[in-house]
Design a protein around this ligand. Structure first.
Ligand code: ZN
Length: 303
């Protein structure tokens, strides 16, 4: 199909440190992209709007915009605070109407969801989620978050899942680190995020060698969480992205430990025999988020 007949999408991957904006139709057709630091909502969203305005001059009118954002946020179109960031420790962003700031400049549909739900949809459309009905996309980087695609659609529920904040067993003799989550201390994110690794060991995860004790502990926490997700959601696959989640030496440790913890209880070959495809890294690599935003845009465009 020629691109002229295909709708052109805008995508925003809103992260805690940077926003990635792109225009295109899919993984093989990203016409332009740009990164902006996450400063204030007014400044960052104005840069996103300006980027799309400029791209429309070059590439023509956008059909819709998909926006996957850090949370917590309100993704319910029927809610009064739809499109808002909810109370967050991130200064200046609490109650920011981020969708409104884009919508006021563009008379086209804007789809809004969590960054991880967007990434899950991107993986479903073009990556490791293709052909699946129920799976999880988890990111482990500066923070920890998970999106879920359940029985053919993204899971929202009350607001959206907060998979990074589940409690985990924490043996304080073995790991005296108190945890880094401002809300819960030693929840999953508090124990296993990139921030937690750096605070616990005094150096960034990327600088710790694969044989460092940090990684066995990290794999233990992640595997505990994955086992819980497997029991609760019964996913056909768990995709792990993010800077920490995609460290090549970490994945086999996570696979092995998750299989051990489940201990044969879930009687599926996916876990018993094929753990290396049950728990996998994203097919789209670091582009799951921004391509997921295209996927969100495509979904709202076809409604
Ligand atoms: Zn927490």
């Amino acid at each position: 199909m020629q691109n002229k007949t295909q709708p052109l999408y805008g995508g925003i991957e809103g992260g805690g440190t940077k926003f990635v904006c792109a225009v295109g139709t899919g993984p093989n057709d990203i016409r332009a992209s740009a990164n902006f630091p996450t400063t204030t909502p007014q400044e960052t969203m104005a840069q996103a709007v300006e980027f799309f305005k400029q791209q429309e001059v070059v590439h023509g009118k956008l059909s819709s915009i998909g926006f996957g954002c850090f949370g917590p946020l309100d993704p319910n179109p029927d809610s009064k605070t739809y499109g808002y960031i909810l109370p967050t420790p991130k200064p200046g962003w609490t109650n920011a109407n981020v969708v409104g700031m884009v919508q006021s400049s563009f008379d086209i549909p804007i789809a809004f969801d969590t960054d991880v739900n967007a990434a899950a949809l991107g993986e479903w459309q073009w990556g490791q989620g293709q052909g699946l009905n129920t799976f999880i996309y988890l990111t482990i980087g500066t923070g920890v978050g998970g999106g879920a695609y359940v029985e053919g659609k993204l899971l929202h529920g009350l607001l959206h899942p907060e998979m990074g904040h589940i409690p985990l067993p924490h043996d304080t003799t073995k790991d005296p680190f108190v945890g880094a989550c401002p809300f819960h201390g030693d929840c999953f994110e508090g124990l296993a995020s990139g921030v937690a690794i750096e605070k616990r060991w005094g150096q960034r995860g990327g600088t710790l060698p694969p044989e460092h004790a940090a990684w066995e502990l990290e794999a233990e926490y992640i595997a505990r969480a994955l086992a819980s997700y497997s029991y609760v959601i019964s996913p056909e696959r768990i995709i792990i992205g993010g800077g920490v989640g995609q460290l090549p030496h970490l994945l086999p440790k996570i696979q092995q430990r998750t299989q051990q913890l489940i201990n044969g209880y879930i009687k599926s070959p996916a876990i018993l025999e094929n753990i290396e495809t049950y728990i996998t890294n994203p097919g789209l690599g670091n582009r799951s988020g921004v391509l997921g935003a295209f996927a969100l845009a495509g979904q709202i465009n076809s409604k």
